[in-house]
Design a protein around this ligand. Structure first.
Ligand code: AHR
Length: 525
């Protein structure tokens, strides 16, 4: 990785005490920040579903990543990779979206039930033309959710399916009565209905999910929503396929025409350079690329605000939730891997995309109630990378998810952060310090801090009024280089370590935050 900062980076200072802005570097005199907040302002819960995951039939996410089958030489538990299963359990995954993505709108669920030898094959047209043998289907997915103790989020086929097909899928999964689909499920070995809450009605219906106009999709959504029934005590939470990034018109039309029929509306936002041409390497980038990435990642805040403003206009009572059910980094595929399989490495840069994103998501949970990173294994910004020799690595992103589990279902403490800012490529403003804080049900306060500055340590003063605490401990994620990543040969290059750089002095926290580091502090009595 090249170690220069290009002239497009202009450091600016927002604190009067800071040095004058310089071109191409941060002001050397200023490496401090202040963070203020009040525990009594903690009124909004951070729903654990903000830490959701997404698993698609794409590349080796399902086959090889989560599932190897009972007869594999790779250690498995009823066909699921045991190493992956154990790693994922530590993330306390609240919800898992499946089977796509684009795949969902070509998936016919009946092909994935019954004896495996009878299941028909299909071509995975979206993702490299790979042959899908349907050996991982409804039972395999819902049983996995039970093992992970998470809510399933089913993405239904609207693009190439029928209302009848989706309605019957719901009946198959959730009906406990003497109904035709419930009896078929029993015949296939599952007596009791599963609980399925989240039902996505199509995916990216403006694109791979049917290339529809929002007006057409809104009507179609309403029709599907009628026939997806609540069986017994199962209550569906229906999610309409939402906009991509900056398509505010899609949200406007959907909210105008179908808000009464939906519980949630989705949104997709990727940290990506663009949809045509190279997206850049996951591991080879310069400082300019790094800072640009974080600027692009943080732009999700503006995008969320604008979609939320449209939703507020149509639904001031905030009855309809916003679900960011795909987000994360999207780089070029690793050289030597199959085209269309979206297998990418994951560096400390990706870890910052995760921490900065969560810091933003926590602020909008009055409307934003779920987020699902793309994807759980071997695809895009994944938690784990696996190979067919039975090896697995935990990515830097995995470690951020783990460090942030403490914020799940905790009360969000709003923060006021004063730190240096930098103007990065494409004229985005990037603060050097990002943070979030919450108070859990036992009164323990957790503060997560990210110092995105590649060169400078930050002296951070944190004042939280009403903080009654005696001890502070912490964990840190950092590495020598920003492009460091974990490999099968070296799986622990980027790893969580104990952090000893925080001190408590009469209710004020003083933190020495190393350059390019992510820290979570635990503050308690
Ligand atoms: O996550 C990969 C793909 O990105 C999904 O299949 C699709 O919904 C989105 O375009």
């Amino acid at each position: 990785m090249k170690s220069f900062i290009t002239c497009s980076l202009i450091a600016i200072s927002v604190m009067t005490a800071h040095a004058e802005p310089g071109i191409g570097t941060l002001p050397a005199a200023q490496k401090s920040a202040t963070i203020n907040g009040s525990i009594s302002d903690a009124k909004q819960i951070i729903p654990k579903e903000i830490y959701g995951q997404f698993a698609e039939h794409l590349g080796t996410c399902i086959y090889g990543g989560l599932w190897v089958g009972e007869n594999s030489n790779i250690p498995n538990t009823n066909g699921y990779r045991t190493d992956v299963l154990n790693a994922l359990k530590d993330l306390k995954i609240p919800v898992l979206r499946w089977p796509g993505g684009c795949f969902a709108d070509e998936y016919h669920w009946m092909d994935g039930i019954g004896p495996k030898e009878n299941r028909p094959k299909m071509v995975n047209n979206n993702w490299g033309g790979t042959i899908e043998d349907n050996s991982f289907g409804t039972h395999e997915f819902l049983n996995l959710c039970e093992m992970l103790n998470c809510e399933p989020y089913i993405s239904g086929n609207v693009g190439s399916g029928t209302v009848e097909e989706l309605a019957k899928w719901v009946e198959y999964m959730t009906s406990d009565g003497d109904s035709p689909m419930a009896n078929l499920r029993r015949k296939n070995g599952r007596d009791k209905a599963w609980k399925v809450k989240y039902l996505g009605v199509g995916n990216e219906s403006w694109g791979c999910g049917g290339d529809m106009r929002p007006e057409y999709y809104a009507d179609l959504y309403r029709r599907y929503a009628v026939y997806c029934r609540n069986y017994d005590d199962n209550r569906l939470y229906k999610v309409a396929s939402g906009a991509s990034d900056y398509d505010y018109n899609w949200t406007e039309v959907l909210m105008d025409r179908a808000r009464r029929q939906m519980h949630g509306l989705s949104l997709h936002y990727y940290t990506v350079k663009g949809w045509s041409g190279s997206k850049g390497s996951a591991t080879q980038f310069d400082n300019d690329d790094y800072y640009w990435t974080l600027g692009k990642c943080r732009e999700v805040e503006d995008v969320l605000k604008k979609h939320i403003a449209i939703m507020d206009k149509h639904d001031p009572q905030k009855r309809v939730n916003l679900l960011l059910d795909e987000w994360g980094t999207w780089w070029d595929e690793e050289p030597g891997t199959i085209r269309g399989h979206l297998y990418q490495q994951n560096t400390l840069r990706d870890a910052f995309v995760a921490s900065l994103s969560f810091d933003i998501f926590h602020k909008y949970t009055e409307r934003l109630t779920m987020a699902n990173i793309a994807q759980i294994a071997n695809v895009l910004q994944s938690m784990v990378l696996t190979n067919d020799k039975g090896q697995m690595v935990l990515t830097p992103t995995y470690h951020v998810f783990k460090m942030y589990t403490v914020h799940q279902d905790a009360m969000h403490i709003p923060l006021d952060i004063n730190a240096d800012k930098m103007i990065v490529r494409d004229n985005r403003i990037l603060p050097m310090v990002s943070a979030t804080a919450s108070k859990d049900k036992n009164g323990v306060v957790h503060i997560s801090l990210s110092n995105v500055d590649l060169a400078n340590e930050q002296d951070i003063t944190i004042n939280l009024t009403d903080l009654k605490a005696k001890t502070v401990t912490g964990e840190v994620l950092t590495s020598k280089n920003i492009d460091d990543h974990n490999t099968f040969d070296n799986p622990n290059i980027v790893n969580i370590k104990e952090f000893k750089g925080a001190k408590l002095n009469k209710g004020t926290l003083q933190v020495k935050l190393p350059a390019k580091s992510i820290v979570t502090l635990r503050v308690e009595n």
